[in-house]
Ligand binder design. Structure first.
Ligand SMILES: O=C(O)c1ccc(O)c(O)c1
Ligand SMILES: [Mg+2]
Length: 597
């Protein structure tokens, strides 16, 4: 189907918005009046720019407070409309959106509303323009789609139809099934937006919190199914008022937006991108560091051994059990030092995974990072993390380890089996995009977002996982963009005995994050422990949680650059210790202040 986006959904000047929409693959745009008013381009120039960019102008909007008003007010409205229809002629736009009145003079009189909209449509028709009447969820008298449709039906004019907007319909809890009672040719336009399920004033909700389909809590696909049932063949158009998208770069936002429509169309069965190839494990985590020594010391103390070295680059493979960490000293050192730059995902079909990613607009990285490297499919996540689709120990596929020469044959064993999860920090404006990306591109399941109090702000975190939990990625968004602690990433390592692993780490010279005594007093109040157990946790800085599925014990190393390690023992537990995260974040702030680390 054709895809369109309202200019209000993107940041920047009108030209920047149009360019971003076109690059992301949209077929058309809804031009918001304010964007046109603020543009130095003439309507003819805007029209030409859109044509150059391969965009049609699918809608001009909005016209407000038109209907059900006293005669003098309506006469002024028609005068205004004449001007706008002339403008639309110059723009080459043939559909105008009229949203239901919020005017104090508007009366609750459907017959009058229908009569006046019919007059407006008559005028529009002379200019070859169609009027799409939309019920705002907060319209003064008309605030449901069924009501707007009754008025359109009563007006009975070929140039008058209705505009459906998923936000206005679903935010009020209206049943979208009734859409099927509207003839498809009378649905002149379809606007789509999702939103998080919030209990708040509907106008504020609409103007600040809309998001792209799949990023909120509405069943947008279910609604579109009803619309398609009517025979509607206009575009799927995104109209998203959102405080974050207003500020974020238009380019990535437009890509995120278009991806949401590709996923929606796949859900509806009207598009058929390559199927998702769900990763089956974590092959490696790659740290980029200007100075390997401090990280190597932590890895060594954790019981990792340097088992192989890349044949062509300063990249070492550190291993313990199936936990593999690459230490890369080749990249340009980042200002903030060591960071988690890449993740190797074990993939049943690396090429298929890359094809899926490409179809969903993920930036595909060169297959060989350097001449001589084994070909590896990789894409960049929204936060820039490189995701490699790997096959480990599968002779029929290129093995990433072929690029490495063994330097020790016995990986050490200190009780760590594998990587339990990885925690990535997202730039503040990529949080919703990141969840949709990992869900749709990688086929992971996104869990609920949780809020975590940091002493200097609020962190949000959301885990994406594969079905057996062998891939778990926690996507966090930090408090303030400048807060280093909230922006640290981490690698969590699975062990069956966190007490033993923590002791070994300390005996080998490693330093664990100290946890305040108050935390253990609270634990004692909440749970019963065996004799001495709590004292051990207190001594080592081990945190404790439990859920319906089991118990969780975990502790943290100090931070190196932007990265720290976590040791986790999950005995059936499915979460990530969110309850303990505020204490951990505060302890990290304290440790940073004390050690600078
Ligand atoms: O918030 C508004 O005023 C507004 C305007 C036009 C729309 O299409 C809409 O859904 C909302
Ligand atoms: Mg709308």
């Amino acid at each position: 189907m054709r895809t369109s986006i309202a200019t209000v959904s993107l940041s920047g000047s009108l030209t920047e918005k149009l360019t971003a929409a076109s690059r992301a693959g949209f077929d058309g745009v809804e031009i918001f009046e304010n964007d046109l008013l603020a543009s130095p381009l003439t309507p003819e120039e805007i029209r030409a720019r859109c044509a150059d960019l391969g965009l049609t102008i699918d809608l001009y909007q909005p016209m407000r407070d038109i209907e059900a008003v006293p005669a003098e007010a309506f006469a002024r409205n028609l005068r205004r409309a004449r001007h706008k229809f002339e403008l639309m002629r110059r723009l080459g736009a043939d559909t105008v959106l009229v949203c239901s009145s919020v005017h104090p003079l508007a009366v609750d009189d459907d017959a009058l509303a229908a009569h006046q909209l019919r007059q407006l449509a008559e005028l529009a028709q002379e200019s070859g323009i169609r009027v799409a009447y939309e019920a705002l969820a907060w319209g003064r008298h008309v605030n449901t789609y069924t009501h707007a449709w009754r008025i359109v039906e009563a007006a009975d004019h070929p140039a008058l139809g209705t505009c459906l907007d998923s936000f206005h319909i679903l935010s009020r809890g209206s049943d979208p099934k009734g859409i099927q009672d509207i003839p498809g040719e009378k649905i002149f336009f379809l606007q789509l937006a999702d939103a998080p399920l919030l209990a708040m004033d509907v106008l504020q909700w609409s103007r600040h919190y809309r998001c792209f389909p799949g990023q909120g809590g509405f069943d947008v696909a279910g609604l579109v199914r009803h619309v398609l049932h009517t025979g509607y063949d206009g575009p799927l158009s995104l109209e998203v008022f959102n405080d974050v998208f207003r500020q974020a770069d238009a380019g990535p936002t437009a890509v995120d937006a278009h991806r949401s429509l590709l996923v929606l169309q796949e859900q509806l069965g009207v598009a058929d991108p390559p199927a998702p190839v769900v990763p089956t494990g974590v092959a490696f985590a790659e740290l980029l560091t200007p100075d390997a020594e401090p990280v190597a010391a932590v890895l060594g103390a954790l019981g990792f051994a340097r088992t192989a070295r890349h044949r062509g680059k300063p990249v070492d493979l550190w291993q313990q059990g199936a936990a593999r960490v690459l230490l890369n000293t080749s990249g340009a050192a980042r200002r903030d030092g060591t960071n988690l730059a890449a993740i190797g995902l074990e993939s049943p079909d690396p090429t298929g995974a890359a094809r899926r990613a490409e179809a969903l607009l993920a930036p595909v990285l060169p297959r060989r990072r350097a001449t001589g490297d084994a070909p590896l499919d990789a894409v960049a996540a929204p936060d820039g993390t490189e995701l490699f689709f790997c096959a480990t120990d599968r002779p029929e596929l290129p093995d990433w380890r072929a690029d490495f020469a063994d330097i020790a044959h016995e990986p050490a064993a200190a009780g760590i089996h594998r990587i339990d999860h990885l925690a990535l920090t997202q730039p503040w404006h990529h949080y919703d995009e990141a969840a949709l990306f990992h869900r749709s591109v990688l086929g992971l399941h996104a869990q609920e977002s949780v809020d975590v109090a940091d002493p200097y702000g609020l962190m949000r975190s959301r885990a994406v996982t594969n079905p057996d939990g062998s891939v778990r990625i926690a996507l966090g968004v930090g408090a303030a963009p400048t807060d280093d602690t909230a922006h640290a990433q981490h690698i969590a390592l699975a062990t069956d005995d966190v007490v033993a692993a923590a002791r070994r780490f300390r005996e080998a010279g490693g330093r664990l994050l100290p946890i305040p005594a108050n935390y253990y007093d609270d634990l004692a109040a909440r749970h019963e422990f065996a004799d001495g157990e709590l004292e051990t946790y207190r001594e080592l800085g081990i945190l404790y949680d439990r859920d319906a599925h089991g118990e969780f014990r975990h502790c943290y190393t100090l931070t190196v650059g932007r990265v720290f390690f976590e040791l986790v023992q999950r005995d059936g537990y499915r979460g990530y210790g969110a309850r303990n995260a505020p204490v951990r974040l505060a302890a990290q702030h304290t440790a940073r202040a004390v050690t600078g680390g």
